[in-house]
Write a protein that binds this ligand. Structure first.
Ligand code: HEC
Ligand code: HEC
Length: 334
């Protein structure tokens, strides 16, 4: 394959963005969408959501029945786990922090390195990964078939009680699509309520889009370009560089731009959980990160005053819509 096509391959989830200088970013660039998207092959239904929610919280999806999806994507941890490295990953040489699954309906590439293409495709990975749920789909299908209480759930979701890998994955994907950020004070401001956020946060919004150029990568209502960048962190993990041919320099050390909505108060932040407060994050961007060939062109050092840093943090905090009220499901009986 030629380099040119490799670069195109690496860039399939790149979104083209206009230069910030000639195209001023305004509040309306951050308007929330009205509906939750779902693929035609797996439309959102209440019945599938109910089944998916039950599966998501059921530890019987793991071999030793100790771990559910919600163990690591927990409602009270903003659908992540609050840990620097996930449970069970102590043996791994380069474990990655658990991302949130909120707003995952809009994800164009999944995992820190984009190796999964859809929520449906992703759902099987944690079930079968050894340091996660460590199971296999064949035995899982059999185990769920022996749990009487699952029969009516599969039946109402799909019309009959057959259990198979695809149905499990489609239900998990559907439930996750319903996990959408609550309206934040920033959203109210975008919709015209001038007093919804403080004047410090309003100044922070300008800094985010202008002086600090955060919006070069954190754009749209989810504050991500769904693309991958090396932001110059001191981590040996090659990220997308491991799934894309090595000739594509800009993908070495590149990770997916995470959303900035609903950030946990004290991190951990970044793919390696290496930062724990927003001031530290901002100072990293001011310094510009480790200079290396793969470093993103959008990483340009700059300097903020103490007041500007405070304003930027005040703005980031307005993106918090609070936790989602979800009643954990009643797990079906054997
Ligand atoms: C042991 C902890 C753990 C468990 C259990 C777990 N996950 Fe995850 N999840 C992770 C980690 C860590 C990542 C990121 C991995 C990576 O990028 O290499 C992740 C990534 C994801 C993503 C991609 C999010 C994004 O922004 O790209 C989705 C969706 C997801 N998990 C759903 C699930 C579902 C569904 C289950 C249950 C079937 C599950 N997870 C079980 C830790 C866990
Ligand atoms: C070059 C693109 C780019 C620019 C510019 C950029 N970011 Fe990021 N941001 C990323 C990527 C990629 C990550 C994840 C990096 C990793 O973990 O290796 C990230 C991570 C973060 C995180 C951690 C989120 C989490 O869930 O772990 C925060 C907070 C953040 N950025 C805020 C900002 C702010 C504030 C600015 C402006 C000062 C900014 N970013 C500028 C691409 C960018």
């Amino acid at each position: 394959m030629k380099i040119r096509s490799l670069v195109m391959l690496a860039c399939t989830v790149f979104s083209v963005h206009a230069s910030l200088a000639d195209d001023k970013i305004t509040q309306s660039d951050y308007q929330r969408p009205e509906a939750v998207p779902a693929p035609e092959s797996n439309p959102l239904t209440e019945e599938k959501t109910a089944l998916g929610k039950t599966l998501f919280f059921d530890p019987r999806l793991s071999r030793d029945k100790s771990m559910s999806c919600a163990t690591c994507h927990s409602p009270d941890q903003r659908w992540s786990d609050g840990r620097v490295v996930p449970l069970g990953s102590e043996e791994l040489s380069q474990p990655r922090r658990t991302p949130t699954v909120m707003n995952s309906a809009w994800l164009k590439a999944l995992m820190w390195d984009g190796r999964a293409k859809s929520l449906e495709a992703q759902a099987v990975l944690p079930i079968t990964t050894p340091h996660e749920m460590n199971y296999n789909m064949k035995e899982l299908v059999q185990r769920l078939g022996e749990i009487k209480g699952y029969e009516p759930l599969f039946e109402s979701a799909y019309g009959d009680a057959e259990i198979n890998t695809q149905r499990i994955a489609m239900a998990l994907a559907t439930f996750q699509r319903t996990l959408v950020s609550n309206t934040s004070s920033f959203d109210l401001w975008v919709n015209g309520d001038e007093h919804a956020i403080s004047s410090s946060a309003q100044r922070g919004f300008q800094i985010f889009n202008n002086e600090a150029q955060c919006a070069a990568c954190h754009k749209s209502w989810r504050f991500t370009d769904d693309s991958f960048h090396d932001i110059g962190l001191d981590s040996p993990d090659l990220g997308r560089g491991k799934v894309i041919p090595v000739e594509v320099t800009i993908m070495q050390h590149a990770f997916k731009t995470p959303t900035l909505r609903d950030l946990p108060e004290n991190g951990p932040f970044m793919h390696d959980g290496s930062m724990s407060d927003l001031e530290e994050v901002i100072k990293h961007y001011e310094d510009g990160g480790i200079q290396r060939e793969s470093l993103s062109k959008e990483m340009k050092p700059f300097e903020l005053t103490e007041q500007q840093r405070t304003d930027l943090i005040a703005f980031l905090k307005t993106l918090d819509g609070g936790s989602l009220d979800i009643d954990p499901p009643v797990l079906p009986m054997e």
